[in-house]
Design a binder for this molecule. Structure first.
Ligand code: NAD
Ligand code: UDP
Length: 317
């Protein structure tokens, strides 16, 4: 297992950069690919003198050949609602052409493949908590469709390469994940609230704040993903923390952790914003022996320093 050559797309992003760190720490050689559409070179700065890390500046919607590799982690895609709304067509392209191109690389080199899918495949779910066998409730033409349908198409492509070509594929459905290197200005709830709280600005709750999310700390997620990548499971597996919070509760946790006295204000709820989201992690527990360990309070505390330092360098959210 050790000393594989591993391709990570989306390497300059939040999750991709943590994945590169974890793989390098295990002794693998990592080729990171990114076009910096939403990621940042700052996330990879600490690897500049790492001899086992190589970086390729490339848009994966154009085919490429990194040379012989043993494994592909396909994480490239805008991920926050603000980013994928701004980059709608690019998001559809990376989730279609980009997924095909990376699957072709895995097929050519007989490599393993893991695709970063999402809880958004369930849309605004009628089944709660969400089990992997639920097919979802997705608006195929709404503002979130550029992301949701790209991810659902990617899942179909991954399953097809497994079924028709025998590629050793894996699909992780990631639920809301946060931690250091979450882009401070990407509009996601944890980054917005942390920055607002630290600046003493009002926390912007969209709608009445009764919608729920279940927040996973990045180290737990990476552990689950590595386990899945080494398993023999080819069907989708949810990885997320099943502790469910309303967005109002999340705001209060962030006020408590930051010690901020910011007010809470309400803004309009974006269209098709899912009312609730919580993973059923029975499959991850039984197939991978995986369980999240970090509570929201602890994970927010571990992220505090990062957000403190990023308010110096980032523009207003
Ligand atoms: P991110 O925006 O920080 O990282 C995505 C990276 O992909 C960026 O560095 C971006 O520049 C790169 N990228 C985008 N299009 C590209 C292209 N065409 N070619 C090359 N690189 C490209 O987001 P993240 O939170 O790290 O998400 C990583 C992956 O995990 C995404 O696929 C996302 O859909 C998935 N995911 C994340 C979450 C979460 O809570 N963070 C939840 C569900 C799924
Ligand atoms: N949200 C909010 N205020 C913000 C940012 C987000 O109330 O400043 C809400 C958003 O409407 C959604 C939830 O927080 O209900 C999570 O949003 P996020 O953009 O993090 O990701 P999503 O889970 O919707 O993909």
């Amino acid at each position: 297992m050790a000393n594989q050559i591993i391709l990570v797309t989306g390497a300059a992003g939040f999750l991709g950069s943590h994945l590169c760190d974890a793989l390098l720490a295990e002794g693998h050689t990592v080729i990171g690919v990114d076009n910096f559409s939403t990621g940042s070179s700052v996330n990879l700065e600490h690897l500049s003198s790492e001899s086992k890390f190589r970086f390729l500046s490339h848009d994966i919607t154009h085919s490429f050949d990194p040379g012989r590799i043993d494994y592909v982690f396909n994480f490239a895609s805008p991920a926050s609602p603000v980013d994928y709304t701004r980059l709608g067509v690019e998001t559809l392209r990376v989730g279609s052409a980009g997924t095909f191109n990376t699957l072709e690389i895995a097929r050519k080199y007989n490599a393993g493949y893991l695709h970063a899918s999402t809880s958004e495949c369930y849309g605004d779910p009628e089944v709660h908590p969400q089990v992997e066998t639920y097919w979802g409730n997705v608006n195929p033409i709404g503002p979130r469709s550029v992301y949701d349908e790209a991810k659902r198409f990617s899942e179909a492509a991954v399953m097809a390469f497994h079924r028709y070509y025998g590629v050793n594929t894996h699909l992780v459905r990631i639920f809301n994940t946060y931690g250091p290197r979450l882009q401070a200005n990407d509009g996601r709830v944890v980054s917005n609230f942390m920055i607002q709280a630290l600046r003493g600005e009002s926390l912007t709750i969209y709608g009445d704040g009764s919608q729920t999310r279940s927040f996973c700390f990045v180290s737990d997620l990476i552990d689950g993903i590595l386990r899945l990548s080494r398993s023999s499971e080819h069907l989708p597996v949810n990885i997320g923390n099943p502790d469910e919070y309303t967005i109002l509760e999340c705001a209060k946790e962030i006020l408590a952790v930051t010690g901020s006295r910011s007010e809470i204000v309400h803004k309009p709820l974006p269209p098709d914003d899912p009312a609730r989201r919580r993973p059923d992690i029975t499959r991850a527990r039984t197939l991978l022996g995986w369980e999240p360990k970090v509570s929201l309070r602890e994970g927010l505390s571990r992220s505090l320093e990062y957000f403190r330092s990023s308010i110096v360098s980032h523009v207003s959210v």
